[in-house]
Every structure is written in C-alpha cells, then in structure tokens.
Design a protein around this ligand. Structure first.
Ligand code: HEM
Length: 371
C-alpha cells in the first residue's frame, strides 16, 4: 500500500493560475465574477461562452484550474439568480463534465477546487504564512470570504507535519518518540490556526454572503430534483444530484482518525463522510481507503514502558479540541444564524447533512481507546 502522500500533505505541489489563451473567455468570467454577480449578469455572460473546449492538451494542474473556474461559474449560475430553471447551459456543462471525468470527480464545486487549488503566495519571496496567502477565485469577494478559505489552506499546509510524523511512527514503525512529539506540536499549531477563524470571518457575512454559493444540489430543498447539465449525453437529460462543498471533503481528519485509531459507529454523518470521498482527488480517496485497510490490521507499537501512550492520547485530545471548536463554529456560523434568518434557513450543512447532532457525536467518539 502506498502512503507517500502523507509525507507532503494534501496541498498540490503546483497550482495553475491561468489557462492557455483558448480559455480567455472563461478566465474573464472567473476574474469578474464578483461584479457579474452584483450586476445580475451571470446568465448573459455564460451564454457568450464558447460551448465546447478541447481539453486534451491540458496538464493536471490546468485541468484543476479549469475545474475550479467551471465550478465557480456553474455555482454562480445556479445560486446567483434563484429564478433560473436549474438547467446548466451547454456553454459550460459540456466542458465542465469532460474536465470532471478526467479528474474522476463529479462536476460540482468541491473542496479540492475551493481550497486546495485556490491559492498562491501573496509575496513569493516570503515563506508560507496564513497572512501571506492570496485566494485566486471568489464569488463575491471580500475579507470574510477570503479568510474562510485561507484558514482551511493554512490548516492543510500545517497538516503535512502531523501526517508525516504519524506515518513515521505508526506506519513505518520508526519507534522514535520525537515523531509523536512533533505530531503533537503540529496539531496544537492547527488548533491555533482554527481559533483564528472569527478574526476576519464574521458569522453574519459567512452565512449570508459566503455560504449561499457553495451549496450542492443533493438534499437541498431549492433543488429537490437536482440540476440538469444541458447536452451532456452521458446524463441523458436526467437531473443530477451532487453534494456541495464542505470541509468534510478534506482528507486530513479522516486520515488522522485512521492513524490514531479513532472510530465512529454507524450514523448518517459517517455514511456521508464516506460518500465525501467521491468528491476528493482520486489519489486522496485511494490513500484514505488504504489507510482504512491498514488501520483494521495494524499492530499497535505504543508501549506503556515509554511515553508513547501518553503522547498518542495527548494528540487524540487535541483532535477532540479541534472537533470541539469546529462544532462551536457550526453552531455560531450556521445554526444561530439560521434561527435569526428566514431566507436561507435550512439547517443542513452545505454538504447536505443535519450536522449539529452528528458533529457532536463524532466529537464524543474522539477519545483515546486505551484511557
Ligand atoms: C466557520 C467555519 C466552519 C463551519 C461553519 C463548518 C461547518 C461544517 C458543517 C456544517 C459540516 C457538516 C457537513 C456538511 O457540510 O453538511 C462540516 C464538516 C466538516 N468540516 Fe467544517 N466548518 C468550518 C470550518 C472547517 C475547517 C477550517 C475545517 C478544516 C479542514 C473543517 C473540516 C471539516 C471536517 C473534517 C468535517 C467532517 C466532520 C468530522 O469529521 O468531524 N471545517 N463543517
């Protein structure tokens, strides 16, 4: 089984920031999306786009850039004008579908486009830092939308430390406790980054201006029958139901659960988390499936003779702290906002889960098994 990705984390090593000239029309709509949405011109802009692009010559990072642009434009079309008929025009549906087939995930905005492939360094001469990230693509734009994504990107960046160190200890069995110490230091840093969400992302703005654009078409009362991708022969005119963008499509937490032996008994969120793998880049999906297999058969190398059990339990407690803060955000950024807002008040997550109950259950299950 191949676990090499754990050495580098889940952020791509190369991110394309602009497509070749033939895609200028798509780049234009992407770059101007905040203005186009404010002017309610998304439909007319889409109808000007060239319907079918040749994507055969695009590199992987360019395919990711194309997926990002088509996904943002597709969501802007569906959610930017709620009166549209929920049929994605052929001007974007056909190329969006072709790109998604090549990347082996559905034609919908997923975490890989929204966060993993959506940033560059603001000042390339300076090192990676939360405040040196520049988000490439927005819906409406503004500090709150950027910050919401920046926090995810910064967590992904730091996560390579905990993932690689846990790999060395548990999978490579290097028996060096310093790996567990470094992993503990890293998850503490992740929690410090997580704590910074409210600094520049206001719950009201998030709920009313950021979140409405990232919903999917599955389990969503606004699209009870799904969405039609016009002229995509493979869909035969039938509406499609796909989940929306959510941090549940990040591979970090499922990887940590598997490495640390945290398990969740069956519940709708767990089923949903398994479904989320279909929306991840295929190499991340394969890694998580391999990790699940590995964790079923693993032999524990933690011994009570040294400090390793204590360290491993400390790391699990920090994952518990992460889930606790996350549940607090779900409450403040969504649940409480929904109670005071009638327009956009479905209390399911953007991915489509009745989340409060199950996020809490997963929090309760994040405990050392040998306590
Ligand atoms: C204001 C901040 C956030 C809010 C309101 C929020 C909201 C949610 C909601 C509602 C869910 C349930 C699934 C669904 O979408 O239907 C979820 C799941 C999840 N989110 Fe977030 N999220 C936030 C930030 C983050 C960040 C920064 C991460 C880091 C990568 C993250 C990672 C996850 C994970 C891993 C799950 C799956 C649940 C689990 O395994 O415990 N979220 N989130």
């Amino acid at each position: 089984m191949n676990f090499a990705i754990l050495e580098n984390g889940f952020l791509p090593s190369k991110i394309s920031t602009i497509l070749p000239d033939e895609f200028d029309d798509i780049e234009y709509v992407g770059n101007n999306l905040p203005k186009i949405l404010a002017n309610n011109q998304i439909e007319s802009e889409i109808l000007n786009l060239e319907p079918e692009k040749d994507i055969s010559h695009l590199s992987i990072e360019e395919l990711e850039r194309a997926m990002l642009l088509y996904s943002y434009i597709g969501h802007a079309y569906i959610w930017g004008n709620l009166d549209t008929d929920k049929v994605i025009p052929k001007n974007i549906s056909k190329t969006w579908f072709k790109v998604s087939q090549k990347l082996e995930r559905p034609p919908i905005l997923s975490y890989a486009s929204y966060a993993l492939n959506n940033w560059e360094l603001q000042d390339k001469k300076k090192p990676f830092d939360l405040e040196n990230i520049r988000i490439l693509q927005n819906f409406l734009g503004g500090m709150d939308e950027d910050w919401f994504i920046m926090i995810h990107v910064a967590i992904e960046y730091e996560a390579k430390e905990i993932l690689s160190n846990l790999k060395h200890y548990f999978i490579d069995q290097n028996e060096d406790q310093s790996s567990l110490e470094s992993a503990l230091e890293s998850i503490r840093k992740i929690n410090l980054i997580m704590n910074r969400m409210p600094e520049k992302c206001d719950p009201f703005i998030y709920y009313n201006r950021v979140r409405p654009y990232i919903f999917g078409w599955k389990n969503n009362p606004a699209t009870p029958n799904g969405v039609i991708y016009k002229d995509v022969d493979e869909y035969d005119g039938k509406p499609q139901l796909f989940r929306g963008e959510t941090g549940a499509q990040s591979s970090i937490v499922p990887a940590l659960d598997a490495l640390l032996g945290i398990t969740h008994s069956n519940d709708p969120l767990r089923e949903y988390l398994d479904e989320m793998r279909l929306y991840m880049p295929n190499e991340h999906r394969n890694l998580l499936n391999n990790l699940d297999e590995w964790s079923k058969n693993k032999r524990s190398n933690l011994t009570s003779q040294d400090n390793s059990v204590t360290l491993s339990n400390e790391i699990i407690k920090e994952v518990h702290t992460f889930r606790n803060k996350h549940l607090e955000y779900a409450r403040i950024y969504i649940h409480e906002q929904a109670l005071s807002n009638q327009n956009n008040s479905n209390v399911v997550g953007t991915g489509g889960t009745p989340f409060m109950k199950y996020l809490d259950k997963h929090l309760q299950e994040t405990v050392p098994t040998n306590d």
